[in-house]
Design a protein around this ligand. Structure first.
Ligand SMILES: [Zn+2]
Length: 145
């Protein structure tokens, strides 16, 4: 089974993720990608989440309670959780070993690199079928409003 698809997001939401990464710098920001699937995954809403991991600024953790709450909120809006986003302060926009180990199949994992407080690359990743690692997926940033 192939999990990789195209992830589409509006320029406005992509910018919001960049700003969140810059605001959280030098810690990591994190949040949920909500949207719909129709041939591709389309992000229609992003939900900033509280990073519950406080012992290490280079990690993020979304609490199960927070995740349940946002999942129900999205469901009310007839949207589903498509994946997650987080920032990499002064690290490449590539999944860390920790990210790969904690990823679930199918979900998209967007990563924004934040260099000295300014956002740089924005990428999206999915877990390989054999769960051995992550593969970059096509990220389509649309300019239409
Ligand atoms: Zn990471």
């Amino acid at each position: 089974m192939v999990f990789a698809m195209t992830l589409r997001i509006s320029g406005v939401l992509a910018d919001a993720i960049r700003r969140a990464g810059e605001a959280a710098y030098p810690a990591e920001c994190c949040g949920v990608l909500g949207g719909r699937v129709s041939g591709l995954k389309e992000v229609l809403q992003i939900a900033p989440m509280v990073n519950r991991r406080t012992d290490d600024p280079r990690r993020y953790l979304i609490s199960p309670d927070d995740l349940l709450r946002i999942t129900l909120e999205l469901r009310d809006a007839e949207l589903e959780v498509l994946g997650y986003y987080h920032s990499h302060p002064d690290q490449p926009a590539e999944p860390s070993e920790f990210d790969s180990e904690h990823a679930w199949p199918w979900y998209s994992y967007m990563i924004v690199r934040v260099n000295e407080g300014r956002s740089a690359d924005l990428t999206s990743w999915v877990l390989e079928e054999d769960c051995a690692g992550m593969r970059q997926e096509t990220l389509q940033v649309s300019t239409e409003v």
